[in-house]
Design a protein around this ligand. Sequence first.
Ligand code: ADP
Ligand code: ZN
Length: 289
Amino acid sequence: MLYGALEAGGTKMVCAIGDENGKIFEQVSIPTTMPDETMPRIIEYFKDKDIKAIGIACFGPIDLNKESDTYGYITSTPKTAWKNFNIVGCIKDALGIPVGFDTDVNGSLLGEITWGCAKGLTDAIYLTIGTGVGGGVMSNGRLLHGMLHPELGHIMISKRTEDKGKCVCPFHQNCFEGLASGPSIEVRWGQKAVELADKEEVWKLEADYIGEALVNFCMTLSPQKIILGGGVMHQEQLFVLIREYFKKYMNGYIQTKNLKNLDEYIVPASLNDDQGIMGAIKLAMDSVQ
Ligand code: ADP
Ligand code: ZN
């Protein structure tokens, strides 16, 4: 059985065809420009591919409430051309097949839970730290939506006194994304993040912020595992530092088997950056059940 997968991002749309084992047979990337230019190219790619359903793991905010008149819409995104765009309706009308829909980060988490390092877990978090910071949550075996969907990148974090940078989030003065995203690193240090690889102070401060955020997520969502992906996390030295700060801020308050081994608790994404597209395949599979 073949399924379509669309990982819809602010800069590119990754389209793929895969099967129920998460195997990807082919994949293309289409730039995200205007909906009336980008969507016909996506539809052209998927039509005649003999897919049973399609899963969309989408940038947001998006409407996931099936009772809502705007279910399947991208809602208040700063990418104005895509604001209030009915992405699910557009694909469904053109292809006439079931469409699964969730956030990009819930998609990545679902990929890791189905085929990756979080296989079989009922409670886990996937965080991306890249251009923005976002997080997907599975709680009690279900991807968490709630009122809208979690926005883990915009929790409040205390800005360190030695931090001479500024919070780059236009909405908040001290949120996780504003202090720890790739662009915030670049504003703070005046250089591309990738060029700062050997600057210890850069990654200590970054890990400090991430460690504080992860303790907050651990306290509020009680995940069995925390998976970290996104461009910034390609700086692998961050993992050791993040675990140290996590331990420091946790300060022994929660004591479980999982937290005894932080190397297994706070881990990198395990699917070679295919977690999002593989998760979208699972969203497609689940849409036909
Ligand atoms: P997006 O979030 O747009 O989907 P990425 O996850 O690749 O894309 O994140 C891009 C951000 O990550 C940029 O701010 C970039 O500077 C940063 N980044 C990308 N690669 C690296 C790297 N190897 N080391 C540090 N930062 C990186
Ligand atoms: Zn914010």
